[in-house]
Design a protein around this ligand. Structure first.
Ligand code: SF4
Length: 392
């Protein structure tokens, strides 16, 4: 602790050099304590706020999780059923594909009955965007690279203004406007996406339209990250994050966690969709895992389990799998540790809300840091679920 009297001349001198003094002690502290860890905190990039059917998006609001239905939108019944399931999983905004006029007819029913605000996803035909807004979509997503000329975009802006609809400009590296295609897949791709986004934004701003969010997607993680970093210096619109065509459960999760995670860690990103070649409910789970790992949002049970090794004394994998499956219904954040032995087990189990440390044919059950009792191995799942149920 540094102690000084403010009226003393020496203290006054010290006060004048306070920034350097703090810096000196800070550096010294970092050198002398190898396990010193500053409290992680993420400062969000400042943006304006926009609203999609009442869901606020921007730096003053929690990061919004969204997904896209995988059903045929023309089948309103199936689409509504999936929306309901995704809403239960934590989805807050839903996007549906609008391939043709029949989908517009279904969209009217979907918008009326959906529990979530609906975003219409439009490609190629600007008239579908106009019809989608008339059908009641709370937002539309367009890719200006394939929607046609400026006049068509101007018609969309006029109606969005009239209806109070939020528009996402979704730039995609695979469908950039003519003249903006990068020299190669890698070289200049981020710059080309940014140029496309800025060109479109200028057009919207010329028509005094600011109810915008922006996305720039590429299947290349680093190009995507770079594009958002560059655009973040230029505009204050909220950003929608995602890695497009990320792949299946494993590769898609890794790519998304890296790309989206790198950006979120820098404070960039206000809403996100994890794209996976899997059921969209998995996208929601991964999205919350990413947000939870960064401490940006918590939802549901976080399971901490050890990788097991030669010291493991219980059948850990089936135990973790059973617990994980059974706790998916809970939304309240809770940390549950399931550990294989007494090496790291008791420590982790104590730090979690509920924890198990495996022993020979049994587990030590901890609750809020206290050892509760020894539980025979075959009763561990039931016992753990009972404790979780009590706590949530
Ligand atoms: S907690 Fe025990 S069983 Fe699990 S990895 Fe660590 S040492 Fe191995």
């Amino acid at each position: 602790m540094i102690w000084f009297k403010p009226c003393n001349p020496a203290s006054k001198k010290l006060l004048a050099h306070l920034p350097e003094v703090v810096n000196f002690f800070w550096k010294d502290m970092m050198k002398s304590s190898c396990d010193y860890k500053p409290t992680p905190s993420i400062l969000r990039r400042k943006t304006i706020s926009v609203s999609v059917g009442g869901v606020r998006i921007g730096s003053r609001h929690p990061i919004v999780v969204q997904s896209m239905t995988s059903t045929d939108t023309r089948n309103a019944h199936q689409t509504l059923k999936q929306i309901k399931e995704l809403a239960r999983a934590g989805c807050e905004l839903i996007r549906v594909a609008i391939p043709d006029q029949t989908a517009i007819t279904a969209l009217k029913e979907i918008v009326q009955k959906s529990t979530l605000p609906v975003i219409a996803d439009i490609h190629f035909d600007y008239r579908l965007a106009l019809e989608g807004m008339k059908a009641g979509a709370a937002g539309i997503r367009i890719n200006p690279g394939n929607i046609g000329g400026q006049e068509k975009i101007a018609r969309i802006i006029e109606m969005a203004n009239e209806k109070g609809v939020c528009i996402r400009i979704g730039v995609n590296s695979g469908s950039l406007e003519k003249g903006l295609q990068p020299r190669s897949q890698k070289e200049g791709q981020a710059e080309a996406m940014v140029a496309s986004a800025l060109r479109q934004i200028a057009l919207f701003e010329k028509m005094k339209f600011k109810n915008l969010k922006i996305s720039m997607k590429s299947s290349d993680v680093l190009q995507t990250v770079r594009a958002y970093q560059l655009l973040a210096k230029e505009v204050d619109y909220p950003f929608h994050l995602g890695i497009t065509e990320a792949g299946t459960m494993l590769s898609g999760t890794v790519k998304s966690a890296l790309g989206i995670g790198l950006l979120l860690y820098q404070g960039i990103g206000d809403t996100l969709r994890v794209s996976l070649t899997a059921h969209p409910r998995e996208e929601i789970k991964v999205a919350y895992q990413i947000l939870g790992a960064l401490g940006l949002r918590k939802r549901g049970i976080e399971i901490i389990s050890c990788p097991t090794c030669g010291r493991c004394q219980i059948e850990l994998l089936p135990l973790v799998q059973k617990v994980e499956k059974s706790v998916q219904k809970y939304t309240r954040p809770l940390k549950v540790a399931i550990m294989g032995c007494v090496v790291n087990g008791p420590g982790e189990a104590r730090e979690a809300d509920i924890g198990i440390a495996g022993g020979k044919g049994l587990g030590l059950l901890f609750s809020k840091g206290k050892l509760i009792r020894k539980v025979p191995e075959k009763e561990l799942v039931g016992c753990l679920l009972g404790e979780i149920e009590k706590m949530v």
